[in-house]
Design a protein around this ligand. Structure first.
Ligand code: R5P
Length: 310
């Protein structure tokens, strides 16, 4: 089992290497002066079980291209098996035609990764589980839920909050968390009028006098979580916490969260934290490195990955 990483998320890659007690294969990922990417694997990897760690987060196109070129380099260097470890799978929200003459970019990206030479994919909390089916190679979709559950019981164990899904699409995830915590579930019925904007409509469930925790897969602009928090407080919730697996946090998201009435937002490290995010008093990061590392070890040992969640 050998590890190699691109430039998208060095802290997470190092933490996985630390968990597995494995060094990284030496590789140079450089730019030509016109910004084309060049990869050189500087050690023999012939016959190896290679794990390439790279999130396709911002800048998504550069990080995706880096991943594809690394996979190509490993394939041409005769690696035995190549697993693309993609903690955050970008383009996942473009998973269906939203109108006539629009693309399904998530499928295109899945095709590109497969065509580059990946033999399998390991990822966490795909925006939609069906994206697994976009790949014709084995794809393991892990869940950050156990890590989030542990953090909630550590930090909020004395007064376990009611779980709230910030939209109808996230109900399965929220219900799974509520079941683990043994608390009630509420749903924010959100209607998005324009792309990039969100609007809270109704709260399904009684949140009066309750501490609430919102759970989502992605926090991008922060609009969904901040608006949901406002709606919950307006409906009588005492305080609102939020968890999201992937902290995309683009544009003015960090400032928005900072100025919101969210007690805290916790994200995992599938996407590398920015300095602004690290400096924000109500945003915290938890690591999924041991979860990913353990899944990688099991893939290498041909052992069960699903039993990680039993
Ligand atoms: C939507 O379906 C996703 O699950 C997230 O709720 C959404 O991507 C969050 O985006 P934003 O933070 O920009 O509201």
């Amino acid at each position: 089992m050998r590890l190699i990483t691109g430039n998208s998320n060095s802290p997470l890659a190092e933490a996985i290497g630390h968990y597995l007690k494995l060094p990284f294969v030496k590789a140079a990922v450089r730019r030509f002066s016109d910004m084309e990417i060049f990869v050189e694997v500087q050690e023999n990897v012939r016959g190896e079980d290679m794990f390439v760690i790279q999130s396709t987060s911002y800048p998504a196109n550069d990080n995706l291209m880096e991943l594809l070129i690394m996979i190509d380099a490993l394939r041409r260097a005769s690696a035995r098996r190549i697993t693309a470890v993609i903690p955050y799978f970008g383009y996942a929200r473009q998973d269906r035609k939203v109108g006539p003459r629009t693309p399904i970019s998530a499928k295109l990206v899945a095709n590109l990764i497969t065509q580059a030479g990946a033999n399998r994919v390991l990822t966490i909390d795909l925006h939609a589980g069906q994206i697994q089916g976009f790949f014709d190679i084995p794809t393991d979709n892990l869940f950050a839920l156990p890590v989030i559950h542990r953090d909630i019981t550590d930090y909020l164990g004395n007064n376990l909050p009611m779980v709230v899904s910030p939209d109808v699409g996230g109900v399965l995830r929220a219900r799974a968390l509520a079941k683990r915590l043994g608390t009630d579930l509420a749903i924010v019925d959100k209607r998005r009028e324009k792309a990039g904007e969100s609007e809270v409509m109704n709260i399904i469930g009684d949140v009066e006098g309750q501490a609430c925790v919102l759970i989502d897969d992605i926090v991008d602009s922060g609009g969904t979580l901040c608006n949901a928090a406002e709606a919950l407080l307006k409906n009588g919730a005492t305080e609102v916490y939020a968890y999201a697996v992937h902290g995309v946090l683009s544009g003015g998201a960090v400032a928005r969260i900072k100025n919101s009435r969210l007690k805290s937002l916790v994200v995992t490290d599938t996407i590398a934290a920015t300095d602004e995010m690290r400096a924000c008093p109500n945003i915290r990061s938890i690591t999924i490195a041991p979860l990913l590392g353990e899944a990688m070890r099991r893939i290498n040992n041909e052992a069960s990955v699903s039993s990680l969640f039993d």
